[in-house]
Design a protein around this ligand. Sequence first.
Ligand SMILES: C[S@@+](CC[C@H](N)C(=O)[O-])C[C@H]1O[C@@H](n2cnc3c(N)ncnc32)[C@H](O)[C@@H]1O
Length: 212
Amino acid sequence: MITERIREYLDYLDPGNRRYLEELRREAEEGEVPIIRRDSERFLRALLAGLRPLRVLELGTAVGYSALVMAEELPPSAHITTVENYAPRIARAKENLARYGVGRITLIEGDAFQVLREQPDESYDFLFLDAAKGQYVKWLPELLRVLSPGGTLLSDNVLQGGDTAESRFVIDRRDRTIHSRMRAYLEQLSRTEGIRTSILPIGDGLAFSVKV
Ligand SMILES: C[S@@+](CC[C@H](N)C(=O)[O-])C[C@H]1O[C@@H](n2cnc3c(N)ncnc32)[C@H](O)[C@@H]1O
């Protein structure tokens, strides 16, 4: 997507984070917990700083890193709900959110789709979708239902290291299901009436969608 030279330059421009977040990032990387990439984080921060949404839903908490990033950018009256279903990460996320979350992040333990279906219509201004990548297309109608008009849906990892753009015949057989589902997701995001989408080659690919 971008050259090594550009990557190094962008890393050089990155001002870094407060110490607790840098420690959480290092810990996540050492423990092979997948968290938002640095360049995607920069975009997420800039987006939230401009939009200032008050009701945020994140699907895929991991250990709470991106929820804490988002909390730093939101107005004091904003609230973040974040969902995770993997017990070892839930335990770590609870510790991190209790320690650094200043009380405006609610962690729901459970399956993201189930939780999504329980949310009222138009109850969120901003959705950060960062959970089971193969499920995005199935979840889309519910994502659009819970999003308020003018609200933003940011979906991470949509380019799958470039695989999404490739023909299925060059994709490893075991990755073909996620490949076809992600392509279907991006086609729906791009062609569904009532949403505007731009696919950004930032990090592992971000789909930036607005419900009009
Ligand atoms: C990429 S990680 C999230 C990273 C996090 N947003 C961050 O940047 O700090 C994706 C997480 O989604 C969780 N997950 C996957 N499928 C899920 C589901 N159906 N319901 C809830 N969580 C799920 C995984 O256990 C994993 O921790």
